[in-house]
Design a protein around this ligand. Sequence first.
Ligand code: 5GP
Ligand code: ZN
Length: 113
Amino acid sequence: MSDCLFCRIVAGEIPADVVLRTDEMVAFRDISPQAPVHVLVIPVEHHANVAELSAKAPQLTAKLLDAAAAVAAQEGLGDQFRLVFNTGAEVGQSVFHVHGHVLGGRDFTWPPG
Ligand code: 5GP
Ligand code: ZN
């Protein structure tokens, strides 16, 4: 999908700080990080959101979760990370190529501390 921002990142048409790449997955740093570690993990194959991905490609969904955990470990977060899939414009999804936000490196508990 040439009009999809993340397909264009996969294709190398738009530069990104890639931290992990396999035949099926790409992970790159978010351009506007909300935490010390903020990496987006996406499948190479285009699906609009995580619901569509899990319905149409369950094995790829499992691989995406594995890749997210691998990124967290690689980034030094161990098993302490937040994984977010915004699904739908009303909850803030702005890029309609499924992506997991791997977030960590700060306190996410509420109230903080
Ligand atoms: P969403 O709001 O759809 O869940 O997340 C989209 C994310 O993509 C946002 O956190 C935004 O900062 C990030 N983003 C948007 N455009 C680019 C870009 O060109 N490069 C990178 N690395 N991240 C982007
Ligand atoms: Zn795409």
